[in-house]
Each structure stands twice: as structure tokens, then as C-alpha cells.
Design a protein around this ligand. Sequence first.
Ligand SMILES: [Zn+2]
Length: 68
Amino acid sequence: MNKPIAIETGAVVRLRKPHPCGGYEWTVVRLGADIGIECNTCQKRVLLPRREFEKRLKKILSSPTSTP
Ligand SMILES: [Zn+2]
């Protein structure tokens, strides 16, 4: 059973695969049907469908607020 992911803008996440620039850490910049993330290493922005994002997500490193 999968727990729904409580993600919010400003959260820093780690993905399973690195960006071509070598960065693993991303900041969530947009929420919706698609999740917008910005590479913390090269500042490139990428839009991922939520399902794809959840598949690639490895760990939420930090959140601006800690919602239960
Ligand atoms: Zn990058």
C-alpha cells in the first residue's frame, strides 16, 4: 500500500536518477497535475506528471512546513 506523498512548494527532494548536470537534489516550485521542480545544481526547471514524479522521488529532504 502506498502512502500518498505530502509534497509542497519549497520542499527539497532527492530523485533516484541524477540530472545530466550531476545534481540529485531538486526544489519543488510548482504543484498541480504536473509537478514543477528546479535542479539545485544547475537551476534548470522540469515539469513532471505527478505519477512520474512520485516514481522518481527517493526522499524528501526538507519541507518549508511540516504538515502531518
Ligand atoms: Zn541540473
